[in-house]
Each structure stands twice: as structure tokens, then as C-alpha cells.
Design a protein around this ligand. Structure first.
Ligand SMILES: [Zn+2]
Length: 309
């Protein structure tokens, strides 16, 4: 554009065969200035209309291929996800959730009768939400064989939510004071889903329960980008929304394996020293407890608000 306008001016001046005088220089400079401004305006308009087109295209795709359903006709698990993560999940179809950036993630992979191992290793969102319901508050007894509510996790969901790499997750982490009046430690947690604010509120409530403080000193850790021991699955500690309380009062099924049963397929004897009062306070803020699992991990609390509805 700039070149063609400059060329046009140049040809006008050369055709008129005007010898460059001072006046002609001024006219030339002013003309070039005007053409530059015109070019810039044209470029700006072009960008604006391109953005508009991209947006219109997205809207059209959304209208044509993603028909947001009335919430009450969606599967219950999808409704739970939309309610639990309103900043991240904006829409849904009967078999998918739509993230705020337009990414569509399928809910049901239509594979039926998965084994316990398949549920752990190859779940879909539906397995995560519907397979093993998590019950708030007291447990009637020790967990039933392989009942691990919350331990079935569709990994792409958490990578998308909290970050696809150690650095991506780390960008969203902040240091929070953990029971500043009585314990005074720092925990590194994510700001995604306002987990940091929830941990601050949780900490303030726990502060009022001195009888529980011995379980909360020397917390076992929050952020640690790693796989779950003995598996190929990401630990929820990778995402900065998980807290291990005092390891000294905790029990983990892998510490009590019999006959080299690292897969946990044989009978596991349940153990726990964490009081339910502590668990109930964590649950109020959207954290599930690993002590409710057959494959128990009684120090472990993870932010999973979708499981509380
Ligand atoms: Zn843990």
C-alpha cells in the first residue's frame, strides 16, 4: 500500500516534469506523510476486522456445533463440573464440557465395564465424576474393597485446569501463611479457582481448633511436580491444590504392603489416626480426604469441589 502510493506520487511528479524546487520538496514530504497516516489507518482497520472475523467464526462454530443445553438436561456429572469451576467452564453439550478458551473436552468415552485398573489408568470425565461418589463427613466403616472416591482422575482435565508443565503450574502459585498465629509455616498453592483464598479461610478456621494443631504442624507438602509413586499418573501435588498434613500422624497403604503387593490388589487393612473433625473442616472448603479411600492416604487433602454436590 505504502509503496503504491509513493510510486503514484513519484510518477505524477516525474510526468509533470517539474524540476525539484523547495516548494515541490515540501509538497512531496507532506504527501508522503499523508500516505503514511493513510496506510497506518488501513492496517489498523485490517487488524480490527481480522479480530472481528476470528471472533465471529468462533461464535458461529459455537452456535453451529456446540449447542448449549438447558443445564438440567445435562448429565449430573457435567452439571457438577460447571457449578464447581464456573471461571473455567462456561458451556457444555450433552457429552462435553467447553472451557473458557473454547476447548471442548469429552465427557463419556462410551467404554463400558472398565476394570479397576482401567478406571485408574484410562478414565474419562464421567468415570471421574460418577464412578465412586464421595460422601462428606463421617464414614460408616472402613472403605469397601477398591472404593477410592476421588482417586479416579481424568488427567487432561487437571493439566488443562492448573498447567501443562511444572513451569506453567508454578506461574500461578503463591505463598500462603499456614496457621500464622499457632504454626506459622508457608504453603505454596495455586491461585487458580481461588484455591489460595480457600486455604487462607481454611487456615483461619483451623486456627480456632488447638486440639487439631498437632496434625497440622510440619505439613507434608503442597506443590511437587511428580508422578504418583509406583505409577505413570501425575500426582495431584503437581498442581498446587493439594495439601499433605503432618506425616507423623498419617498412614498410607503403600507403607503396609504385604507380600510385595505394590499394586494393592490384595486385601489392605485400613489404618487412620486423623480425626474426622479435621476432615470435616477441610471438606467445608472443597477438599476431599485420602483417608476415605480403600487405598488410603490419610495425610492427603485435595481441592475437588466437583465431588461435593
Ligand atoms: Zn498427598
Amino acid at each position: 500500500m505504502l509503496l503504491s502510493i509513493a510510486r503514484a506520487f513519484f510518477s505524477i511528479f516525474s510526468e509533470l516534469d517539474i524540476l525539484p524546487s523547495n516548494m515541490n520538496y515540501y509538497i512531496l514530504i507532506i504527501s508522503i506523510g499523508i500516505s503514511l497516516l493513510a496506510c497506518q489507518a488501513a492496517v489498523d482497520n485490517g487488524e480490527a476486522s481480522n479480530e472481528q472475523i476470528v471472533q465471529d467464526t468462533k461464535d458461529t462454530i459455537a452456535k453451529d456445533t456446540i449447542k448449549p443445553q438447558q443445564k438440567d438436561t445435562l448429565p449430573k456429572g457435567i452439571q457438577q463440573l460447571l457449578k464447581a469451576y464456573p471461571q473455567q467452564l462456561k458451556k457444555a453439550t450433552p457429552n462435553s464440557i467447553i472451557w473458557a478458551d473454547g476447548t471442548e473436552m469429552f465427557y463419556d468415552d462410551r467404554i463400558k465395564n472398565k476394570s479397576f485398573r482401567q478406571l485408574l489408568d484410562e478414565p474419562d470425565l464421567q468415570d471421574q465424576l460418577e464412578n465412586m461418589p464421595y460422601n462428606r463427613g463421617k464414614m460408616p466403616q472402613s472403605p469397601a474393597r477398591n472404593d477410592d472416591p476421588g482417586r479416579i482422575r481424568y488427567e487432561p482435565f487437571f493439566l488443562k485446569m492448573y498447567g501443562e508443565s511444572k513451569d506453567a503450574v508454578r506461574k500461578n502459585l503463591v505463598e500462603v501463611d499456614w496457621l500464622p498465629q499457632s504454626i506459622g509455616q508457608k504453603l505454596l498453592v495455586t491461585t487458580i479457582n481461588e484455591v489460595d483464598k480457600k486455604v487462607i479461610a481454611l487456615s483461619a478456621e483451623l486456627e480456632k481448633h488447638p486440639e487439631l494443631h498437632k496434625y497440622l504442624t510440619k505439613p507434608g507438602g503442597t506443590f511437587n511436580w511428580r508422578k504418583i509413586a509406583g505409577t505413570d499418573r501425575m500426582s495431584m501435588h503437581s498442581f498446587g491444590m493439594t495439601i499433605d498434613v503432618n506425616v507423623g500422624y498419617s498412614d498410607y497403604w503403600r507403607w503396609h504392603i504385604k507380600d510385595g503387593d505394590t499394586e494393592g490388589t490384595k486385601v489392605i487393612e485400613y489404618r487412620n489416626r486423623i480425626p474426622i473433625e479435621l476432615v470435616e473442616i477441610f471438606e467445608k472448603y472443597g477438599f476431599i480426604w485420602g483417608g476415605k479411600w480403600y487405598h488410603y492416604d490419610s495425610m492427603h487433602f485435595e481441592y475437588r469441589p466437583e465431588l461435593f454436590q
